[in-house]
Design a binder for this molecule. Structure first.
Ligand code: SAM
Ligand code: SF4
Length: 457
């Protein structure tokens, strides 16, 4: 069925009509955005067409205020875990494309899943994003479920993985139900480009079906998965169009199913070993940061994810103006943690360790967090939105961020950033407004120092 979630003519018309916005109008829109109720497509169009560089600091300042108001100072960390690079698609931008005969394909067996997971647990991670190529036989859903069950079953002295988000090809309601039963966190799938013609041009194989890709979240929702992640691979088509399309997709899910996306990811195309494709619409660093800020204003209640596709300098600014989750210490090849594996999916631009990323985040007064409380407390989908839309989620993020970061410092950082980390913890502990909650957080913090783990609100 031809899905009508994205109205390309309408988006094109808005982008045309919002060209050269006057300064006063931009100021009004920024003022309205501070109400944290989001922006219309037209208002967003004016911001996307903003070329007056003198107004950019105001845009960034507004975005940073909204980020702090809704998500607070915390920055949640995770790592991707590439499980299988077997793939039957030919996506022009990806090194796992079926034409790649140089790639010695690999699918982790459960012992390797355990080894890779332990490696990540030993660096401090508690949340992973599982990545699979599309192969309905080799990477079938039962295999995916066995990997998920394996990872959740691994308990070590240094902790365990508490939330698994999954990035697997669009599939059936029945398959999504199996992922739901396996207790995944967010189901994440990117549209890559919302522009139908470009999408069809860049893909071959089952993924080339635009409608299958764009209706995947609806099927996942029907199967009971209500934390859904959407995204665009920036560089494939005009970023202004893509931002309005992303917002249209978010609005559609919110209107039809009462649940907007839990997260929006903003990957930018990166070079990859056998990929000759050159992005037709490359996004500059300045425009990339504009995208992050504008999305923060337009869909304030949605978490925003940045990956190690971006350089440290860009991530640093993006953390301030809208990003709430970031990957760190990532490897983009199957079985590549702790081992030299050839041919990643693409080449990353931030190869710092988790500890190094945390160190600079602390310099910027961010609170590193490994929190997994919401989904384990049942705060998902509509319940989560009910808290995040009025800015209430913050109440939980700060104490939970503090407690998970105390665990990190005690288990992984005694030799390094320990003192710096506790300075930040004490700073934000004193900022918990509710006296009772502040007291409870302090008590739990002491218990963690004494050896207890996994305490959350
Ligand atoms: N195979 C599934 C799919 O395509 O939806 C799962 C995810 S794939 C491993 C993860 C994502 O990597 C893709 O959705 C795509 O946006 C991104 N990606 C692929 N090639 C890339 C490249 N050269 N640079 C940056 N991101 C890339
Ligand atoms: Fe396969 Fe996904 Fe890469 Fe496309 S993006 S070739 S579907 S792994």
């Amino acid at each position: 069925m031809r899905m009508k979630i994205i109205d390309e003519n309408k988006i094109g018309g808005i982008l045309e009509r919002t060209k050269n916005p006057p300064k006063e109008l931009i100021i009004d829109i920024l003022k309205k955005a501070q109400g944290m109720n989001g922006l219309s497509l037209k208002e967003t169009g004016y911001l996307l067409n903003l070329n007056d560089s003198k107004l950019l600091p105001s845009l960034f300042l507004t975005a940073s205020k909204i980020k702090n108001e809704i998500y607070g100072e915390r920055l949640v960390f995770f790592a991707p875990l590439y499980v299988s690079d077997f793939c039957i698609n030919d996506c022009q931008y990806c090194n796992f494309h079926i034409r790649n005969k140089e790639l010695k394909r690999k699918k982790l067996v459960l012992e390797e899943v355990e080894e890779q997971t332990k490696f990540l647990i030993n660096t401090g991670h508690k949340r992973l994003l599982l990545e699979f190529g599309e192969d309905p036989i080799i990477n079938n859903i039962d295999y995916a479920v066995s990997v998920i069950e394996k990872i959740y079953s691994i308990k070590t002295e240094k902790g365990n993985i508490r939330r698994l988000n999954v990035n697997i090809a669009a599939t059936t309601i029945e398959d999504y139900r199996k992922l739901k039963e396996a207790k995944i966190g967010t189901y994440q799938l990117f549209q890559e480009t919302y522009h139908r013609k470009t999408y069809e041009k860049l893909h071959k194989g089952p993924k080339a079906n635009y409608d299958r890709q764009i209706s995947a979240h609806i099927k996942a929702f029907k199967a009971g998965l209500d934390d859904l992640g959407i995204g665009v691979l920036f560089g494939l088509y005009d970023w202004r169009f893509e931002v309005l399309a992303l917002i249209s997709h978010a609005e559609y899910l919110d209107k039809e199913y009462n649940v907007g996306p839990h997260t929006i990811s903003v990957p930018r195309f990166c070079a990859a070993p056998t990929v000759t494709y050159q992005p037709e619409y490359p996004v500059s660093d300045a425009d990339f940061l504009k995208i992050v800020a504008i999305l923060r204003l337009a869909v304030p209640y949605t978490g925003m994810i940045i990956s190690t596709r971006e350089k440290p300098q860009i991530r640093k600014i993006a953390f301030q103006i809208g990003i709430s989750q970031a990957s760190a210490s990532s490897v983009t090849s199957v079985g590549g943690y702790g081992k030299n594996r050839h041919q990643p999916q693409f080449i990353i631009c931030d190869d710092r360790t988790l500890k190094e990323v945390i160190d600079t985040a602390l310099d910027d007064k961010l609170l590193p967090s490994f929190c997994t409380a919401c989904y384990r407390k049942g705060r998902t989908g509509e319940t989560f939105m009910g808290l995040s839309k009025p800015g209430q989620i913050h109440k939980f993020c700060r104490p939970n961020g503090i407690l998970t970061f105390v665990e990190y410092l005690e288990d992984f950082a005694k030799d390094g950033i320990y003192k710096k980390g506790y300075d930040i913890i004490n700073f934000y502990l004193n900022k918990i407004d509710d006296e009772g909650l502040r007291k409870q957080t302090r008590e739990r913090l002491i218990k963690i120092k004494q050896g207890q783990r996994d305490l959350y609100f």
